[in-house]
Structure formats: C-alpha cells, structure tokens
Design a protein around this ligand. Structure first.
Ligand code: BG6
Length: 470
C-alpha cells in the first residue's frame, strides 16, 4: 500500500539500545557470581576468546550509562545474570548481585533512561545444567523463584520486563546455542521438553508479575523472522506456512493464547518429540498473558517444498543460527535472490521487517517492541573514530520500514537496536561488532577497553532528537 503521508513515531516512543549480561558484563566470577553455561563452555569458535571480561560493563556501567545519556537513549535493554542473583540457580540468594542491579537501575533512572529488563538471555546457571537443564522440571521451578526474587527486589523500579530471550533459537538451534545434548537417545524430544518447561515457566512468571505489580508490563522476546515461500508454487506456500508455524507462531501462540498450534503439534508428533505435560500445565499456560510482544529481528528466511531426498537442509554454518535453514522432509532451505547479504552472509531485508511487524500485529493485536535489530561487521577504529556508515544505512532502512508499518496501523512502542556498546558476539567473538559505541579491545588483547561513540551513535542521537528519521 502506498501512503501519501507517514504517521510519526509516537511521542513517548522508547528509543533505546540493547545488550545482554554475559556479552557485556565480564566479572564472570566476581562478588559471588556462580558459573553459567557460557562460563563453563570448553570450546569457542576458532580465533575467538571467552566471555570472561567481555566489555567490562560490570565495572564501567556508570561510565557507559553516562554515555547512553549523552546519546539521548530513552531506554536501555539489559539482562540480569541469573548466576549473580542465585549462583547455583536454585539455592542461596547473593545480596551482592541484587545490589549491583539496584545500582545499575538507579543510575539509569537518575539519567531518565527506562530500564527494560530481560530475565534470562542464554546464560543458564551451570549447576542447573548439570541437573538436566531445562528438561528437568526443577529448572522451571528455579526460574519462577528467580523471577520472583527479581520482582520482589526491583518490581517498584522496573516497568518493562522480558521473560526469555530467543527461546525459539535455543530450541531450533540447540546445536549452535548449546541447549542440545547430542549424546541423548532422542535429543529432539529433549529439546521440546525444554521448550514446554520454558513455556510453562514463562506463563507462570507473567502471572506472578501481574499479581504482585499490576502496573508493570511483561512480554516474551523471541526472534521472529517472517518466512517467505521461494515461489508462488502452492507447495512452496505450504512449506512457508508450516515453517512460520514451527519457527515463529508456536512460541507466540503459546505465550499469547496459551496453547500449541495444530501444525506445530503435528510436527512434534511426527518427530516423536511430544513433550510430557503435567497436570495443570495447560491451565498455567492459558492463565499467563503478555502485555506486549517483544521480538528480535535481523532478517527473514525463505523456504520451498521439501524434496525429502537428503538435501533439504542448507547449513551454511554449523555454529550460526541464521545460516541454517531447511529440515529434511519438512521444508527446504533456500536463498532469497532479492536480498543482499552482510559481511557474515546474513540476508538483509528491511522490507521484511515491515512484513514481520505486520504479520505479528495482525495475528496478535498486541503492542510491539523491537528488542534487537542491527548489523554485525568488522568495524575499524581509524584516527580515533569508527565510520560505520553501513550500520547507519542498515538501521535507517529498517526505521523507514518501521515507520511504514506504523503508518499501516501497527502499534510499536519502542526500538532497542543491537547493541548499545560493542558486545562479544554469541558465535564470532568480538571481531564481529554490533555496537553504537566502540569498546577498545580485540579478541586476545584487552587494551584499555576505552569507549568511543561511533558515527552510528552520533547519527542515532539525531534520530532520537527528531523522534524519527528525516
Ligand atoms: C541474537 C541474540 O540471537 O542475536 C544476541 O539475542 C546475539 O545475543 C545476536 O548476539 C547476534 O548474533 P551473533 O551470533 O552475531 O552474536
């Protein structure tokens, strides 16, 4: 649809930026913090370091928040490290961990920056992992307790909460994100049991927050990428329809409507991966209600009908969830010939962003917030500056499409691009940078960890000032 005039971004739009605890904090074993699955990892992709120091945000959060304020950020999305609060996941509470986040939230509030808090972003306590991780019902109960501890401590200070970051990626790419145990007899069944337990935990947590702090708002934060059919061949449409149900809607249907969708359920049946559902689970699912939907968007995906000849799955990388698509006998991964790619081979699709916003809003009719969007690149610091024009181009193109979606009628109340400052990428270390602010270190040399706003930060400051792009 061609619009003659564009609707402006809402006046109180939450212009922000995002990070996650294990990717920025460092101080992996300080002040009583226990090890998470990330800290316990034995192998990192070749040429990349661990997450032990990361961007040293734990020690420099004041300096970082001061920079965020200079940039004009109205919101900061960060995650709490579960292992700072409860070092072994389900035991004693660590007061130093609670103190740290109190100080951080107070610092944000003092600078008029709205905290947007993710409860859990990939960093499960290692002690819980050793007891079976999310497949063990104990983790569900531990998560509910952990969330209650956070609500109790910060419920009066935090208005916006996110439950679980990219649950769908943890389940669909268990290999890449370390949730899949290949030694199990039926690793896929185990993954979908983890999924079920996370869904129940999430629903319970949403309900608990609403009970305790009715003024606060909470929502899920999956990675949603609209699935395109490669052609208008009806079989390709069915494949796209199926994969949308399995990759995207399964997670949001459960969060919003409290039920599994039929396509997804049939898929689980076919794979012998139906989860064990305890009495009362479906009631908990039905009673949990999000106030909004948060989602991370990097790109769309394209599929065609399965050929079921052993070649359906295209894995362009073993360790990168965005470079794997297709599942034997279900749908076939395809390249979209209309899209350019970034330096890491991810397809770039700003129009797909509008399409994805539209599709989510049409289906659920809830307010949306975009909690990740950005471009990973080999940035260079030259003569004291980083000219990341490609990042400006990427974000600008996505914001244009977001404004079109708003004009279409979609209710969007915030945008927190990935990432506020350089973080350690989940798969490619710190050579793959996302930040609006440079952190002066490289993989193995920590240098001075100095913060330097990039060209994109300066550009984004103007966007915020103007409440949108020119
Ligand atoms: C999302 C995650 O999947 O994508 C982030 O929530 C991650 O934690 C981001 O960093 C980008 O992925 P990557 O692999 O390039 O770091």
């Amino acid at each position: 649809m061609k619009h003659n005039t564009l609707k402006p971004f809402p006046a109180d739009f939450l212009w922000g930026a995002a990070t996650s605890a294990y990717q920025v904090e460092g101080a992996w074993d300080e002040d009583g913090k226990g090890p998470s699955v990330i800290d316990a990892r034995q192998h990192y992709p070749e040429g990349t370091t661990d997450f032990k120091v990361a961007s040293d945000h734990y020690h420099r959060y004041k300096e970082d928040i001061a920079l965020f304020a200079e940039l004009g950020l109205k919101c900061y999305r960060f995650s709490v490290a579960w292992t700072r609060i409860i070092p072994d996941g389900d035991g004693e509470i660590n007061p130093a961990g609670i103190d740290f986040y109190h100080q951080m939230i107070d610092e944000l509030r003092a600078k008029n920056i709205e905290p947007l808090v993710t409860l859990y972003h990939f960093d499960l306590p290692q002690a819980l992992m050793e007891k079976g991780g999310w497949a063990n019902r104990n983790t569900l109960n531990a998560f509910v307790r952990y969330a209650n501890v956070l609500f109790e401590a910060f419920g009066d200070k935090v208005r916006y909460w996110l439950t679980i970051n990219e649950q769908n990626m943890m389940i669909l790419h268990g290999n890449a994100l370390g949730t899949q145990d290949p030694n199990l007899e039926n690793p896929v069944k185990n993954l979908y049991q983890q999924n079920h337990n996370m869904l129940v935990a999430q629903a319970q947590v949403m309900q608990n927050l609403h009970r305790r702090h009715p003024q606060a708002k909470i929502g899920p934060a999956p990675n949603i990428a609209l699935i395109y059919p490669l052609s208008c061949r009806p079989e390709d449409i069915t494949a796209a329809f199926n994969y949308n149900a399995i990759r995207n809607w399964a997670y949001l249907d459960a969060a919003v409507w409290g039920r599994y969708n039929t396509t997804f359920w049939r898929y689980l049946e076919e794979k012998d991966a139906l989860p064990h559902i305890e009495e009362g689970d479906m009631e908990i699912l039905a009673a949990g209600r999000p106030d909004f939907i948060a989602f991370n968007y990097y790109t769309t995906q394209t599929v065609e009908a399965s050929r079921n000849d052993g070649t359906d799955s295209v894995a362009r990388s073993k360790t990168d969830q965005h470079l794997r698509s297709g599942e034997e006998g279900v749908h076939r991964g395809a390249k979209n010939p209309h899209l350019a790619r970034n330096a890491f081979n991810w397809e770039v699709d700003p129009v797909g962003f509008r399409n994805t916003l539209r599709a989510i809003y049409d289906r659920y009719n809830l307010p949306l917030i975009v909690t990740e969007n950005g471009i990973g690149a080999f940035d260079k610091l030259e003569n004291g500056t980083v000219n990341d024009d490609y990042r400006v181009d990427y974000i600008k193109a996505h914001l244009k499409q977001m404004q079109l979606a708003i004009t279409d009628g979609v209710e969007v109340f915030g945008y927190t691009p990935w990432s506020a400052i350089d973080v350690i990428s989940t798969h490619q270390g710190c050579s793959k940078r996302y930040g609006l602010i440079w952190v002066n270190r490289d993989e193995f040399d920590l240098k001075d960890l100095k913060r330097i706003p990039k060209a994109s930060a300066k550009w984004y400051t103007n966007v915020i000032k103007n409440n949108g792009i020119d």
